[in-house]
Design a binder for this molecule. Structure first.
Ligand code: G3I
Length: 380
């Protein structure tokens, strides 16, 4: 009897210890319903996975991703400079892990990106003497790159950003090496190669500043031409790199409508809302950079409530817009998980403290998450 009482006392203490230790260890509070549950039937909710997620070192991050998201995109590991840094030498290790994670968790898996002027290795465009390759060689390199990468993940990656950022904001062609050497036909060829490599994967054109009238018209024209030529384009990705005053929501809506009218899926592919001051015109042009200045990093010590409230409202307004077009929008993807990971901390000025994402540096869902979840109640 005495022994039994002692045993149950010990059991009780052990229980208390377990509860205490568990609550110390797991700093991530579970939320019900989660983002992906709340938006079920409207669109999938995605996030971009970085190295720590792909290799499983960011365990808290991985738990959050599993809870809240049902779509994933590779933030960096599938870009040509990472996946084929030298001609014919492919580095698939991280991309393999990314795809395996998505499969193991039954997620919609997006490959990013096959043809992008930025983060493309130099060898892609030049011969052994450093001179530009011929059009034929360039096309062959594109074909080989796309066939090898898409072919490896055939039937496993659900959709590809086939071409990224081919236009300037005014709708003119971006003068990339692909454009310079092949001409505008490079886009058509890229989509054809991707279709050959995996006829069942969805194929997308993806760009930023899609609310700009010129770019909107340029992309509409491109997709119409591809469709007229019998080339399959399944969706248009509107990168959502936003700020507090940019883009104008009504201009963004015009682009959703214009793209939806092409009978393709519309996707918000890289959403984040920076609240830091921007040097010059707001854009997502990656080549832009500026010197660090204290006044350009105003919230390093914390975020004032009024700024946070205005930021939350921007997210709410945009998610309400997405809900209004949920018949046309198939996916909304956040460009990263927590404020600690975001590219915004280092662009266009290095070393700032930004707060553009839905989860804080402490891996906690920000209060806006609950509000975005509540928003779906009015939509049923
Ligand atoms: O991983 C290395 C690290 O080992 C090294 O010490 C460090 C030193 O600079 O660099 C790290 O790599 C950086 C990488 O991000 C991972 O953090 C690269 O320098 C940096 O250039 C790279 O930036 C990425 C950028 O694209 C360029 O590829 C951002 O993470 C990524 O968020 C950003 O994403 C783009 C989309 O692909 C296309 N649309 C615009 C969007 C934002 O620029």
């Amino acid at each position: 009897m005495k022994t039994n009482r002692w045993k149950s006392k010990m059991w009780f203490i052990a229980m208390l210890l377990t509860v205490a230790l568990t609550s110390c260890n797991s700093t991530v509070t579970e939320q019900t319903p989660t983002l992906k549950d709340a938006y079920q039937g409207m669109f999938v909710i995605g996030t971009a996975l970085n190295k720590g997620h792909n290799y499983g070192t960011d365990t808290l991050g991985i738990n959050l991703i599993k809870q809240h998201f049902n779509s994933i995109v590779a933030e960096n590991c599938m870009k040509s400079m990472h996946i084929q840094p030298t001609e014919g030498v492919f580095f698939f290790d991280e991309a393999d892990k990314f795809v395996e994670f998505g499969e193991a968790n039954n997620m919609n898996i997006i490959g990013h990106t096959l043809i992008w002027h930025s983060q493309a290795p130099d060898w892609f465009f030049v011969d052994e003497d450093g001179a530009d390759v011929t059009r034929e060689v360039m096309i062959e390199r594109m074909r080989n790159h796309i066939h090898t990468v898409v072919g490896r993940y055939k039937g496993r990656v659900d959709g590809w950003d086939v071409v990224n950022e081919a236009f300037m904001d005014d709708g003119s062609w971006r003068n990339t090496k692909f454009y310079e050497i092949i001409g505008g036909e490079y886009i058509k060829l890229a989509f054809q190669f991707a279709n050959e490599a995996d006829p069942d994967a969805e194929l997308y054109y993806n760009d930023y500043a899609m609310s700009a009238e010129g770019k909107r018209n340029g992309v509409v024209e491109l997709v119409k031409q591809l469709q007229a030529a019998g080339v399959r384009v399944d969706g248009i990705g509107m990168q959502g790199h936003m700020g507090m005053d940019y883009p104008d929501i009504s201009e963004f809506e015009k682009s959703i409508k214009a793209f939806a009218a092409l009978d393709v899926n519309v996707m918000i592919t890289e959403m984040d809302i920076t609240l830091l001051p921007f040097p010059g015109d707001e854009t997502a042009e990656v080549s832009l950079s500026a010197e660090y200045q204290e006044k350009m990093n105003p919230y390093a010590a914390g975020l004032p409530d009024n700024i946070n409230a205005a930021w939350e409202q921007r997210y709410i307004d945009y998610f309400q817009l997405f809900l209004n077009y949920s018949d046309n929008i198939s996916r909304v993807t956040l460009w990263g998980l927590t404020d600690a990971d975001t590219w915004r901390n280092n662009w266009p000025i290095e070393g700032r403290t930004d707060y553009p994402l839905l989860f804080g540096r402490d891996y906690q869902a920000k209060p806006v998450v609950e509000k975005l979840i509540e928003l779906t109640n009015n939509n049923e």
